[in-house]
Design a protein around this ligand. Structure first.
Ligand code: C2E
Ligand code: MG
Ligand code: MG
Length: 637
């Protein structure tokens, strides 16, 4: 039945009652039947509509039930994945022995993971501890440091990133490192601080060992030349401030070779050790005695008022040789010659003072030994060519007299070429090819170093692009940056511009800098290094081991590589001192996930030794000397 038809006939014949029923009182039976038929049809119509609604509602219900089931499934699998990832994270943290803590600002309670409790040496199964209980585990000297760092983190003025000691029940101290950040509410106020903690004791120990080995002479335990130079610099800076004097004593044993040749090396070693111990007894705590080389010792006497005070110490030094030396059952009598130079009277710089004390010592040897002499200007020939050379150097850059040579770097295990170091040379019209040691220091005295730096950077990039254009298998090229270059704020832009100019990728260039370059202005340098690293340039520390920085400190810079200084490689594998240093440096670098490359490898024995220590890479005359770009290209074919 058609509903519109029913309606029209319905409206034509009847008028609906207000209650929806039809008035039938005056109708005939036939009419009544028709009316009832209409009513029935209408009810059927309603029923059909209701049925349809019911059907659609029921199918909707079915659909939403299915959806519900699906979303339940999703929620369940999401939760599962989340739990698995948390478990994995927990596992990773446990494997890495990293503890996590959550500090609640309001309650001052700390929720700690099991590993955290263990690291802090707390034997408790309570996950929540008062903050004060945690701080009590720290070494008393480090507690204020910890609280201060936390306060700075809460006030938003600093990061939570500190190293400190905790005392364990067995009385030992461990070094921990904690890094964390504050969690803020919508108003920006801190509600929690989350931090992670790891044990860095081993790294600290290794670091201290490397530092000790690198700065002391193993035979006598005295500071070596490197540490000595640092102490002398400090003494000179102090004397400048206080307007006082510093004396440098250069001591050389008389006829030491005779002892070695007659009684053997073991006796010679005992003599050097005994002299070291006796010399230490001649000076104040604040003075430094060092082993300079072989049978030479140096003493720095700081904060002197009069040069005559140095003469008193020199006399004491000579007197230690009055007593006989017992060298394995032999009684030996020897003497020494001493030369003295005074700052500022005899020189302003460390180099001048050492050279002049040496000249004075030589003079006392010539004058009959077993005596001391002060330096006098007549002992030295004048040197005044620096200004001329500096002017020539400035012009050398304009006149294209600088050239880069490239030294290959190899993988220790496979001997394959993995990189090159670009080293600058100066084609001097009169003196021939000059090496950087004779002009970089001079350049650093003025802005010439920036001109050289810029030239080297551009020339290296140009050369990389040239090799690339010739279809050669290029390797990353390392260039050396002077500490002075880091004082220029435009350094990063300069590097980026050089890449753009020559179409070179940042990954094709490495930058080498020394520890001392970083330490001169760590904050500024960190910024520059971060920017270079983010750009994709890899960074190496050159001449590692000769500086004074702590590796734990260096860890904060984005360093990829350590280059072990040539001086430690030179006497491998025979020299015990150097073998120990090299081994310690390699271990340390590995623990910090840095690549190690040894410099100055000249012999197969050195390479074999480095290989046995799993040193990853090497560079040196054994693999190849620095050569010009044309000859280096052959290695890239
Ligand atoms: P470095 O960066 O440590 O470079 C390694 C030096 O060791 C180079 O001397 C290289 O020729 C030399 N060498 C490499 N293998 C051996 C070896 O097996 N035995 C020996 N005895 N020596 C080896 P070079 O070229 O005279 O450079 C000396 C220093 O001058 C460099 O030391 C670096 O500090 C500086 N330098 C070189 N080029 C530049 C430069 O472009 N800019 C700056 N700022 N400094 C540079
Ligand atoms: Mg270098
Ligand atoms: Mg080097």
């Amino acid at each position: 039945m058609n509903s519109s038809k029913i309606r029209s006939s319905d409206s034509a014949n009847t008028e609906p009652a207000s209650d929806g029923t039809r008035r039938a009182s005056q109708s005939t039976p036939e009419q009544r039947v028709t009316e009832l038929e209409y009513q029935l049809a209408e009810i059927q119509l309603h029923l059909a509509a209701a049925n349809r609604k019911l059907e659609s509602a029921s199918s909707e219900l079915q659909a939403s039930t299915a959806k519900l089931r699906d979303s339940e499934e999703i929620t369940r699998s999401t939760l599962g994945a989340l739990k698995a990832s948390l478990d994995r994270e927990k596992l990773a943290l446990a494997f890495a022995e990293i503890g996590t803590c959550e500090f609640d600002v309001k309650s001052s309670m700390v929720r700690s993971s099991d590993m955290s409790l263990r690291l802090f040496g707390i034997r408790s199964d309570q996950a929540e501890l008062p903050y004060d209980t945690l701080v009590e585990c720290l070494h008393p000297e480090d507690r204020p440091k910890f609280s201060h760092a936390l306060e700075q983190c809460l006030s938003g003025t600093g990061n939570l990133d500190i190293e400190y000691r905790v005392a364990w029940a067995d009385g030992s101290f461990r070094w921990l490192r904690t890094k964390g950040d504050a969690l803020l509410d919508l108003d920006g106020d801190p509600i929690k601080v989350l931090w992670v903690t790891e044990d860095v004791s081993q790294r600290k120990d290794m670091d201290a060992r490397v530092r000790f080995l690198a700065h002391h002479d193993l035979l006598t335990g005295l500071p070596n030349r490197t540490l000595f130079q640092d102490r002398l610099q400090q003494a000179l800076a102090g004397a400048k401030r206080m307007q006082s004097r510093v004396a440098l004593l250069f001591i050389d044993l008389d006829r030491f070779k005779y002892v070695n040749d007659s009684f053997g090396h073991r006796a010679g070693d005992i003599l050097l050790q005994t002299v070291a111990a006796r010399l230490r007894g001649c000076v104040r705590e604040t003075d430094t005695v060092c082993r300079h080389a072989g049978d030479e010792y140096l003493i720095v006497l700081s904060a002197l008022r009069e040069p005559t005070e140095a003469a008193l110490v020199a006399a004491k030094v000579l007197a230690i040789f009055d007593e006989v030396f017992v060298l394995e059952s032999h009684d030996v009598q020897i003497s020494a010659s001493v030369g003295i130079s005074i700052y500022p009277d005899d020189g302003q710089t460390m180099e001048d003072l050492i050279r002049n004390a040496d000249a004075a010592m030589y003079h006392s040897k010539k004058s009959g030994r077993n005596r001391f002499e002060f330096f006098t200007p007549e002992l030295n020939a004048p040197v005044a060519e620096r200004l001329v050379l500096a002017n020539q150097l400035r012009r050398a850059i304009e006149n294209n007299q600088l050239v880069l040579h490239y030294q290959p770097q190899f993988d220790t295990a496979t001997n394959s070429l993995i990189g090159a170091e670009a080293l600058v040379r100066w084609n001097h019209t009169d003196h021939g090819l000059l090496f950087p040691d004779s002009f970089i220091a001079l350049a650093e005295e003025s802005d010439i170093i920036h001109l050289i730096g810029e030239w080297v950077l551009n020339e290296a990039c140009r050369q990389i692009a040239d090799w690339q254009g010739k279809g050669l298998n290029i390797v990353p090229v390392a260039i050396n940056f002077s500490a002075f270059q880091f004082r220029r704020s435009s350094l990063v832009q300069g590097v980026a511009a050089a890449f753009a100019r020559h179409g070179v990728k940042p990954q094709q260039l490495e930058i080498e800098l020394t520890e001392n370059a970083i330490m001169q202005d760590p904050k500024e340098t960190a910024k520059t290094l971060d920017e270079l690293h983010e750009m994709g340039v890899s960074l190496s520390i050159d001449d590692f081991g000769t500086g004074y920085s702590s590796l734990n400190y260096l860890k904060r810079f984005p360093i990829d590589k350590l280059k072990i200084d040539r001086s430690f490689v030179e006497d491998l594998p025979h020299d015990l001192n150097d073998s120990a240093i090299v081994q310690a440096i390699i271990n340390l670098a590995k623990s910090l996930r840095m690549i190690v490359i040894a410099e100055g490898v000249e012999t197969k024995a050195q390479l074999d030794f480095l290989r046995s220590l799993s040193c990853e890479a090497y560079q040196g005359y054994l693999g190849g000397r620095p050569i010009d770009a044309e000859r280096f290209a052959v290695l890239l074919e």
